[in-house]
Design a protein around this ligand. Structure first.
Ligand SMILES: Nc1ncnc2c1ncn2[C@@H]1O[C@H](COP(=O)(O)O)[C@@H](OP(=O)(O)O)[C@H]1O
Ligand SMILES: [Mg+2]
Ligand SMILES: [Mg+2]
Ligand SMILES: [Mg+2]
Length: 324
């Protein structure tokens, strides 16, 4: 049984990291680097990982953290100005932090798989963050290969009125919840239990290269969807599903990504938030997502997250489409 300490520490850490991301965006300080795989990473991704890892290392020193980012790229002499910029951003929150602390904190996220570990995506949807669209700070606690606790801070997620910024979180057996990013009233969230294809709404990545849209069209036609798909960057899609703004989220590996597999940090918190809201998350073959094998979901193929009611129907259609 989880204690409240985990949820309290995790919410405080992601909230602080979200502040850093907003501060970077407001001061137009999101200098971007290209990683070895050509994907972008910004000053804010590194700063957010440093902030969250520092908090987890202090409170749960025996728990490994498997985070997306790695500080080795920052130790190249030509990138020392970037390390200086990250340190400057973190110092707005932790004034005593040194450059060497920042390196150590970021690298705390290089943990190995264990019976209990945390997985962290300091900014999911980096491309969305750079564009000024949705992004999420994502943290999950895994025990025995299963997500037990998940938190998503979504600084630009729309709320009632004109305000923005939502935290979604869920703990096993205790429901899924949302609250304003700056704190305030907790509200329990539930999926829609619609199964009528006239009403069902699918949600997908903004980035067309992150899921196979050719296969998706076949699936949508067979299912008979009529509403146009919503598009949103990041794990915020899982929050949208959990609160009933959408009903279906699929991730169909694009041909060049099939062997690469999904990252644990791109899905961990989303899985438990949708399930605790009454929905279902499996891979495209109906297998549960196995978080016990490493930083990738190597035992799974793609993702299917739904309101639960239409899950089996979609799995049956996927099984009928040969090459999906
Ligand atoms: N070809 C691909 N297929 C599936 N996922 C991909 C991908 N290329 C990048 N990604 C992942 O997609 C995530 C963003 O998801 P989305 O498209 O839902 O916004 C990225 O996370 P980061 O932004 O944390 O790097 C990255 O890990
Ligand atoms: Mg990335
Ligand atoms: Mg990600
Ligand atoms: Mg990321």
């Amino acid at each position: 049984m989880l204690k409240n300490q985990e949820i309290e520490v995790a919410i405080a850490a992601v909230t602080t990291a979200a502040k850093l991301c907003q501060q970077v965006q407001e001061t137009k300080a999101a200098q971007t680097l290209a990683k070895a795989d050509t994907s972008p990473v910004t000053v804010a991704d590194f700063g957010a990982q440093a902030i969250i890892c520092q908090a987890l290392a202090q409170e749960f020193p025996n728990d490994p953290v498997i985070g997306e980012e790695d500080a080795s790229i920052l130790q190249k002499p030509e990138l020392s100005p970037i390390l200086g910029l990250i340190t400057h951003q973190v110092q707005q929150i932790r004034p005593d932090a040194t450059e060497s602390d920042i390196i150590d904190w970021i690298n705390w996220g290089n943990g190995q798989i264990a019976p209990r570990y945390w997985t962290l995506d300091p900014i999911d949807g980096t491309k969305g963050f750079i564009r000024g669209d949705q992004y999420a700070i994502a943290l999950a606690l895994i025990e025995q290969g299963k997500v037990r606790l998940g938190i998503l801070a979504c600084p630009v997620f729309p709320r009632e009125g004109n305000s923005k910024g939502v935290i979604f979180f869920a703990m096993e057996g205790q429901g899924a919840w949302e609250m304003p990013l700056e704190g305030g009233k907790l509200q329990q969230i539930r999926i829609n239990s619609w199964d009528d294809v006239q009403q069902l709404c699918r949600i997908e990545s903004v980035e067309s290269g992150h899921s196979d849209r050719t296969q998706q069209v076949k699936l949508d036609r067979k299912l008979g969807l009529v509403r146009p798909a919503k598009q949103m960057d990041s794990l915020a899609k899982y929050g949208a599903l959990a609160r009933g703004d959408a009903d279906i989220y699929t991730r169909v590996p694009v041909p060049q990504f099939i062997t690469k597999k999904e990252n644990i940090w791109d899905h961990g918190p989303g899985v438990i938030i949708v399930e605790e809201a009454g929905g279902k998350v499996t891979d495209l073959d109906g297998k549960f997502l196995d978080f016990s094998v490493g930083s990738k979901l190597s035992n799974n193929r793609g993702i299917l997250a739904t309101n639960g009611v239409i899950h089996q129907k979609i799995l049956d259609i996927i099984a009928e489409i040969n090459d999906i």
